[in-house]
Design a protein around this ligand. Structure first.
Ligand SMILES: NC(=O)c1ccc[n+]([C@@H]2O[C@H](COP(=O)([O-])OP(=O)(O)OC[C@H]3O[C@@H](n4cnc5c(N)ncnc54)[C@H](OP(=O)(O)O)[C@@H]3O)[C@@H](O)[C@H]2O)c1
Length: 199
């Protein structure tokens, strides 16, 4: 398969690429890194990247930013930024990508453990992750040409704990290579409308 992997240079993306590159052609993408450059925040750059690429069998998104801050400090603009970036950025990859992904191809988006297990300062992340999970469930029953769509909801990643540990006390971390298996299951398996939870 020819697979577009957005966020390939990231903590999760690197492990996903390592899992898939032996069996597939992985085209890496990011704002500043990768074979193609795109910003999920910018629809025109997504359109340009798909135009440049030609047909693709699967799109994996392992990216998206949200605002972390105590709820008392959160303002509407913080939620809007989070929704526009991690939620609408990934939704736009699907809206634009569905025209370029082959029949029976697939999309795999990324949410995260805060969809069901909140942390202090994580209201925007929880809101966005829940939205991504609900989006793939609903979109799966209307995807064109037999395309599939799933989300992976990883636990906090072991390799990111240097940075995240103070915010995720009591959470058992997940090695990135184990999270990467869920992306393989989504792309290489047959499920659709599913949230693969890796805890
Ligand atoms: N790390 C964790 O513990 C964890 C746990 C659960 C869920 N998640 C979720 O998994 C996703 C990836 O997390 P991560 O920790 O692997 O991220 P990361 O290490 O910060 O890497 C982010 C990747 O995405 C690319 N990127 C960043 N902003 C982009 C944009 N606007 N458009 C296109 N590409 C962009 C980056 O490359 P460029 O700099 O070249 O753009 C990089 O390849 C996020 O949605 C995160 O919320 C992470």
């Amino acid at each position: 398969m020819r697979i577009l992997l957005v966020g390939a240079s990231g903590t999760i993306g690197r492990a996903v690429e390592a899992e898939l590159e032996g069996r597939h052609e992985v085209v890496s993408a990011g704002r500043h890194t990768g074979d193609v450059r795109l910003d999920i925040y910018d629809s025109e750059s997504i359109r340009a990247a798909f135009g440049e690429l030609g047909p693709i069998d699967a799109v994996i998104s392992a990216t998206g930013a949200v605002q972390f801050a105590p709820f008392a400090e959160m303002q509407a603009a913080d939620y809007v930024m989070s929704l526009r970036n991690k939620l609408m950025g990934q939704v736009n990859l699907v809206l634009i990508g569905r025209e370029h992904v082959r029949a029976a191809g697939s999309f795999t988006l990324t949410s995260g453990v805060l969809d069901e297990d909140p942390i202090l300062g994580g209201t925007a992340a929880s809101m966005v992750n829940g939205g991504i999970n609900a989006f793939v469930l609903a979109a799966s029953i209307e995807m064109p040409a037999g395309q599939r769509i799933n989300a992976v909801s990883p636990g906090v990643i072991e390799e990111a704990m240097d940075h995240y540990a103070p915010y995720f006390r009591g959470f058992e971390s997940v090695p990135a290579r184990r999270a990467a298996l869920a992306y393989a299951k989504s792309v290489e398996g047959g499920r659709t409308g599913h949230v693969f939870r890796v805890r």
